[in-house]
Design a protein around this ligand. Structure first.
Ligand SMILES: NC(=O)c1ccc[n+]([C@@H]2O[C@H](COP(=O)([O-])OP(=O)(O)OC[C@H]3O[C@@H](n4cnc5c(N)ncnc54)[C@H](OP(=O)(O)O)[C@@H]3O)[C@@H](O)[C@H]2O)c1
Length: 252
């Protein structure tokens, strides 16, 4: 049995929902590894939190950065209990403050540049795949490991196959990247089932963050809640689920 506090690593935790997840887990008594692609932003974010919080550099699109992060976690902590794949981008056009309306219009399937789709998938899909594969050996050293992938209801094929008011936001970039992330979540859940490592996807609601030009309507506290709930489930918790707050099943 593990007697030390559980150790959780959150990617993209220097701002937004990831920072709130890190804060909530630290307040719950966990040791939190606050991962950030920019070390200065990670350091500054970690200083705003209470509890046992350690900033760590991790760019999910950079193999050398991922390897260095794994080595650092191994040498300092020896294992990982919870991996939260939260880092993501919604666009790669270099326009941080683009309005949602402009983003939705120019990201339609007939218009979005293939290069932008590749860049979004590099972070949201291949980044999660690479980070998860790299940390599985450390998760195997935990006696109760789990992986939480922060996905999006926008990636649900079932939801988007039927008419609904926000359907135009489903595009080959962000929307489809989250569909692929859901598929990868299920693949890891199947692969790791016999070892007892739990792998689940969660979705925040429409949350006010940089990802959507701060046009979201939920607070980051609300946005983080389901990821935190699933991260804190015990060894009897389910695997291979896709849920929103509070344990609401979202169709794949
Ligand atoms: N906001 C919503 O309404 C909403 C809804 C559904 C799902 N989600 C999901 O919630 C998660 C968090 O998003 P958010 O809304 O909190 O957005 P956010 O405020 O833009 O935060 C995204 C985080 O990901 C980091 N990141 C981006 N590329 C990275 C890379 N290559 N390596 C490491 N970190 C990287 C960002 O770092 P920098 O600060 O350096 O850019 C930032 O810390 C995402 O998975 C998103 O898809 C959000």
């Amino acid at each position: 049995m593990t007697t030390t506090p559980r150790i959780a690593l959150v990617t993209g935790a220097n701002q937004g929902i990831g920072l709130q997840i890190a804060s909530d887990l630290a307040k719950a008594g966990l040791t939190v590894l606050l991962a950030s692609r920019n070390p200065d932003r990670g350091e500054a974010a970690a200083q705003t939190l209470e509890g046992d919080v350690h900033p760590i550099q991790l760019d999910v699109t950079d193999g050398a950065s991922i390897r260095a992060a794994v080595e650092e976690v191994e040498s300092r902590f020896g294992r990982l209990d919870i991996l939260i794949n939260n880092a993501a981008i919604s666009r790669a056009n270099g326009q941080e403050s683009e309005t949602m309306e402009s983003y939705i219009q120019r990201s339609r399937a007939t218009l979005i540049p293939v290069e932008e789709v590749r860049a979004v998938w590099e972070t949201n899909v291949f980044g999660v795949l690479a980070v998860t594969q790299a940390f599985v050996p450390l998760l195997r050293k935990s006696d109760d490991a789990r992986i939480v992938n922060v996905s999006s209801g926008l990636g649900s094929l079932t939801v988007n196959a039927a008419p609904h008011p926000y359907r135009a936001t489903f595009n080959p970039g962000y929307g489809a990247s989250k569909t692929a992330l859901n598929a990868i979540t299920l693949a890891f859940a199947i692969d790791l089932e016999d070892e007892g490592i739990k792998v689940n996807a969660v979705t925040p609601g429409f949350t006010k963050t940089a990802l959507n030009n701060y046009e979201g309507t939920d607070t980051v506290e609300q946005g983080a809640a389901e990821a935190v709930r699933v991260a804190l489930l015990g060894r009897d918790g389910p695997t291979g689920t896709f849920t929103g707050w509070q344990n609401e099943t979202v169709p794949w």
